[in-house]
Design a protein around this ligand. Structure first.
Ligand SMILES: O=C(CO)COP(=O)(O)O
Length: 261
């Protein structure tokens, strides 16, 4: 079965709930103008926690062709974890996707593969889909160790997940040197690692699981670069940062199939 493309906008720590309303409405109008109905591509917005309820109400009330995502989750179920948000709390807000292990969380908040794997498990158990982020920094890329480094993260974060669970999740390959730098990996660079990730899933599990898991590329994706990236055989979508804060730009990325490759 063909994999449904998934274009997700990670807003990071930008936009309060009032600003979120403006962006989501503009995005929905722009998509409606272009007859986008959300069937061909999963279009996901991933706002900060404090915006989730507002954005959920908008999507639901106006039947927007958008799905909701969250940027992080606790690896615990409930209890004395001040400041944390549980998977059940997110599921109750009709959150469908949860980003786990973004490189910014690995770098600034010390998240390890073990913690990220535990978070992914909680997301799945709560009926949502994790977007597990992996990817190398510039030093590793310069040493030519980007494939082995990224595959070690894949093995570390998937540990303990069943084939069925892995078949349903999303893995985002985001080379750290391409995030927010304007430096996009070439389509060939992105394909090299995304293809290796799919092969790794095949060898850890089986062919059917590898054919089913969706793999995104992330790092300075813009409307001008998305079509070529999406033309790669092992890339099923994009995790978009900066460009997801602009309605027109993000709407164009969501409709990558209309752009010349
Ligand atoms: O980190 C990213 C998405 O999660 C990518 O961010 P940019 O698109 O701003 O480079």
């Amino acid at each position: 079965m063909a994999r449904t493309p998934i274009i997700a906008g990670n807003w990071k720590m930008n936009l309060n709930h009032v600003e979120a309303t403006g962006l989501v409405q503009k995005l929905a109008w722009t998509l409606a103008d272009k007859q986008f109905d959300g069937k061909k591509v999963d279009a996901v917005v991933i706002p900060p926690f404090t915006d989730l309820r507002t954005v959920q109400t908008l999507i639901d009330g106006d039947r927007m062709p958008l799905q909701l995502g969250a940027q992080n989750v606790s690896q615990h179920d409930s209890g004395a974890y001040t400041g944390e948000i549980s998977a059940d709390m997110l599921a109750k807000l009709q959150v469908k996707y949860v980003v786990v292990g973004h490189s910014e969380r690995r770098e600034y908040f010390g998240e390890t593969d073990e913690v990220i794997g535990a978070k992914a498990k909680k997301v799945i158990e709560a009926g949502m889909t994790p977007i597990i982020c992996v990817g190398e920094g510039l030093d590793i890329r310069k040493e030519g160790r980007h494939v082995e480094y990224t595959l070690a993260q894949v093995r570390g974060t998937l540990e303990g997940l069943t084939a069925e669970q892995v078949a349903g999740l999303v893995i985002a390959y985001e080379p750290v040197w391409a995030i927010g730098t304007g430096e996009v990996a070439t389509p060939d660079d992105a394909q090299e690692v995304c293809g290796a990730i799919r092969q790794e899933v095949a060898s850890l599990y089986d062919e059917a699981t590898a054919e089913s898991v969706r793999i995104q590329y992330g790092g300075s994706v813009k409307a001008g670069s998305i079509a070529q990236i999406m033309a790669q055989p092992d890339i099923d979508g994009a995790l978009v940062g900066g460009a997801s804060l602009q309605a027109e730009e993000f709407a164009a990325i969501v409709r990558f199939y209309d752009l010349p490759a």
